[in-house]
Design a protein around this ligand. Structure first.
Ligand code: TXA
Ligand code: MG
Length: 358
């Protein structure tokens, strides 16, 4: 099993590809990152950690590699990709006009989990932006991602490194489960800190619009800009961002989301769990660590003990872990919608087949 080099000199994916797992611990770190950067420059696909989720990277200028991203993910062709940069001087190559708001937000949140949508330059291939005249730019804040971008010297396009429609990967193991045999390498940087994707903000309009809530909260952006901003409403018809019309983040199991005040939510989840078990079915449970004693241990997945922050970090791992246990239903605790809680509830509502309000 080998990678294949095309007549153009590009390394590309084929069904027999052997995916390399590159560790970034201790003395292997620099060699792994340099090898990954070489693969990207050669036109291969490499998954890498960011502070939000793992990305599936390719050189922004290699059209064949970018096409491969769509192919291996099974991603709809009309869903544009985010371009990752190592420093602000790369913005000039990608953007046509850069509004003042870009620099205001970049000064505060770059590197970090904020993606800004601006008018694209002619240098960005159409396939990257799925034919749109705008481009999404982000500077990740993870030492491995930053070092990779530095070594690759080209901006790197990277969607989340999952098969389309599946929960985003927050560990190298998640990426392996979805991508082994299809991509050249995975840089293992351990679990992601934030666990949910970046905030996507469109600043091409007078009043900026949040297209996807994420790691940077709306209030933080409003504080920097000194103005109120809008949040695009999820809709399948004429969505503000192509990504909004697709079902995302869903495990195979049906998710039932419980929303309301914390004690009432946990009580309702317990009653629902008992009703399932009376019918001989064990549902998966995702709830804060302190609720563990209320449910059978085997199908309980802890969302940690730091409220929405740890729940965000553990959410996608929970979906994937319970899917591996083949539960048919997951009962999941809802959280307060402050700061990262807004992004968390956005993902949970998208994943949920049913919501119980208590
Ligand atoms: O945290 C993140 O943003 C991760 C890491 C790897 O950086 N990336 C990520 O990429 O979540 P992806 O492809 O899974 O999601 C990108 C979202 C999609 O909803 C897409 O529609 C939207 O950003 N997007 C990209 N370019 C856009 C553009 N020009 N206009 C509007 N939306 C855009
Ligand atoms: Mg994604």
């Amino acid at each position: 099993m080998t990678t294949t080099r095309s007549s153009h000199g590009d390394l590309f994916c084929c069904s027999t590809m052997r995916t390399r797992l590159l560790h970034t611990r201790d003395d292997r770190r620099q060699a792994s990152i340099a090898a990954a950067a070489r693969l990207i420059r050669d036109g291969a696909l490499v998954a890498f950690p960011t502070e939000t989720v793992y990305g599936l990277g390719a050189s922004v200028y290699n059209i064949r590699a970018v096409k491969n991203i769509f192919r291996v993910k099974g991603r709809p062709q009309d869903n544009p990709l985010i371009v990752h940069i190592r420093s602000l001087d790369q913005v000039w190559m990608l953007a046509d006009s850069v509004p003042v708001m870009f620099w205001m937000l970049a000064r505060k949140f770059m590197p970090g989990p904020l993606t800004l949508v601006v008018k694209k330059s002619a240098a960005v291939p159409e396939i990257v932006t799925a034919g749109l005249q705008t481009v999404a730019i982000r500077m990740p804040d993870h030492p491995v991602a930053r070092s990779l971008l530095h070594h690759a010297s080209v901006p790197i396009v990277a969607p989340s490194a999952n098969i389309s429609g599946r929960p985003s990967p927050t560990t190298a193991r998640h990426v392996w489960d979805d991508m082994h045999g299809k991509i050249a390498a995975i840089l293992d940087g351990g679990p992601c800190d934030i666990g949910l994707e970046s905030t996507v903000l469109d600043i091409t309009r007078t009043v900026p619009v949040i297209l996807r809530p994420g790691g940077i909260a709306r209030e933080q952006i409003e504080k920097v800009l000194g103005m109120r901003i809008r949040t695009a409403r999820p809709t399948r018809k004429r969505p503000a961002s192509p990504g909004m019309k697709y079902k995302h983040y869903a495990p195979r199991a049906e998710v039932v989301l419980f929303e309301g005040k914390r004690p009432a939510v946990l009580r309702a989840m317990k009653h629902a769990s008992l009703r399932f078990r009376a019918r001989g079915v064990s549902p998966g449970i995702m709830a804060e660590a302190s609720a563990a004693s209320m449910f059978p241990r085997r199908t309980f997945f802890s969302l940690g003990s730091s409220g929405a922050r740890s729940a965000a970090q553990r959410l996608f791992d929970g979906f994937r872990t319970l899917d591996r246990q083949h539960v048919a239903t997951i009962l999941c605790q809802g959280f307060e919608e402050a700061s990262i809680g807004s992004a968390l509830m956005n993902r949970l509502r998208k994943a949920a087949g049913r919501t119980v309000r208590v």
